[in-house]
Write a protein that binds this ligand. Sequence first.
Ligand code: 9PG
Length: 790
Amino acid sequence: MKPIIENRFLQLIIDAQAVRWSLAARAPGCPSIYEASSALTYRINHQTRDLFSRGLSISAAEEVPSPHGILHQVVLSSGPDGNGVIGSLRFALPDAYPFLLVQLQIENSGQSPVEVERFDVLRPQPGKNGSLRDLSADSFFFSNGWQSWSFTGLYRPQDRSRRTRLGPFRRPTDANPGTPQPSRPGVFGSDMFGLLGDRRSRRALLAGFLSQCEQFGSLEARLETDVLSLSLWANGDGVRLDPGRSIHTDWACLHPLHLDDSDPLGPYVEAVAREHGLAQPFPPDRPIPSGWCSWYQFSTADYAGDVTAQNVRHNLNALSQLRSRLPMDLVQIDDGFQAQIGDWLKFSPGFPDGVAPLAQAIRSHGFTPGLWLAPLIVHPASEHAADHPDWLLRTPSGKPVNAGYLWKSFANPLDMTHPGAQDYVRQVVDTAVHRWGFPYLKLDFLYAGALPGAHQDPTVSRAQVLHHSLQIIREAAGEDAFLLGCGCPLGPAIGLVDAMRIGADTGRSWRPAFRGIQTFLRKEANLPSAENALHNTLTRLPLHRRWWINDPDCLLLRPQTHLNLDEVQTAATVIALSGGSLLLSDHLPDLPPDRLKIAQVLLPLIGQPARILDLFASSTPSRILLELENSTGKWLLIALINWEDTPQDSILIVHEAAELGETPLAAREFWSGSFHVLHGGTLPVRQIPPHSCALFTVRKLPAGLPVYLGGDLHISQGLEVTSWEAGEQELSFRLERPGQCDGRIELWLPHQPRHIILNGEKTTFHPLEMSRYSVPVHFQDEARIKIYSI
Ligand code: 9PG
């Protein structure tokens, strides 16, 4: 073996004869890949052939431009085999980034078509710690789920994969058929990317694809006592490769990293954004959606939308009346309006006049009309299925493909390679946006466009079918439409949607249940429940504003669910810190003021994503950090969440405290208003109730200066302050809140106030312990506050 290409970070050594390669990281403490292999398999006459089973020839290194800067690249190729099929394996190291890129290509220069089976990018050497050293002491695997709703998170060697136990009822929905769904402890699958790490050495290897436009990528990790291995491949889906044609993979990426980096997934997620040419943050010039969605109020236990035009109007009116205090933008009709899933252009009895008059009403109240569609799936009882049986995707034996048990039946995907089905989807989307007047679409059940079957066009992969379907939808909707993906495999949607649901549906209970019964369902990680939705909101937080706006799903506030107040506050905290969209889904006219207040403190939305401090430490992350800054100075928001069913002790650790030297720190907990002075940067937090969270703002208390400590006006406890000027004897600042605001703020004042003037009027204040003062505030939109001290 000899070194072939290298950059500042990595060195790639290739043995072209044995088709083995090793990747060594230059930095101490980064994992390396030893003697891995790659493979490229296709089928002809029911036999599998591997193009890399014999030695490959290797090109001279060359430099090529790319979205990632100059790449140092070599290409290994096999000669034409007996069938005239040629394989190549391309390795590239960018100058500027610490990852290796790999791409495989198959070309048919023979006379007969072949079927492409699999592109193995990383195949571990059989045996102990197949190809990976340095990671075995305390290993874990971070798995990314197949689509929006699928579990994403951390596994340890003793865990079993969180696959569904509902078999054919649910598996077509939740899982990529190309990705293993192992049942043994210690063996896990992942989609598009995954990360194998070691908590002891703090090293990890991220493996994934930079796009999913060509094929779906899959991973398998083994964390067994005698084997530690990671495999990465692109699924050929058995597509037909005709003579004269070639197929290549998306770029694969292998990225050794250090777990103590502040944003370990960042370099990969940003490389994916670069690969798609996305401006950062993405999408540019789009506000983060906030508003109301009909689904979680108006749906039955068995997933029927029972919303009516009347319900929508009542909530539109309520939102309009609340607007000055609760400035939200979107009113989204979610399911229930259509005659049947698949029959989008006919209406249910609850919408006798269709939805265009509603869009008009929503717009005339100054809101954005939003509509839900599931354009790639049909109900077997739909007219559509009866009228166009040839538009349904079928199995090789001719039966409609199962898209999962939904709406009291097994639903079916459209064959989106059929021009008729494509035209229908185009027509539905064009009608919704341009004829009915909905510039915001929630596009659901999109995984249906990625199911395997006997497509009318057998030369395209499942990823290509979905990617192309989304291109059709984007084209029909127009560049200006806001598209939210849901139930969607992530990769093919990047750059085509503005926002993406990144977790399971939320629900009226903490754990999954059906008609109030949890048995069998409570461990289902992808079914509707508050906990499932919040889990992925945290684990997929690094994608926000890089690939799209993350949609953490709705916040349910009404007291009539099975969620207690602690659980509602945890949901509000996680959604706020995620930086993603905020949709309410309660019947607003009935929402009590104390619950409405929870929504009010979330507005305006923070918008920027927080950092998860323990993404690779616990199965569900429980420590979230957001650094904020304005005229009041810098402060931290730190949330500690108790996911357990019993009260737990925790500890607030302010790592940044070291940089602050001896300065004492002030911590105010938002939901309870409790206040603490921290010395040494830590605070024990005892007995956090089950499913509850503590949300602290942490600020420096510099000697002799006034400090804004927070209050109950906004969850950030500080972004409501729009100017802050501290003089010798006088402190003046301004608060801004929408509408009539009645609340209180807390200040740290080195000198006792003589009097406090709010909008020109003297106001009361209450001394608390130490130098802390509570000031009740009542104002409309804006308060100018002046404090004169003794
Ligand atoms: C509307 C909803 C909401 C929700 C979506 C999606 O039958 N099922 O198993 C089933 C699963 C998920 C689901 C609906 C039905 O939820 O995530 O926000 O838009 O569709 O039907």
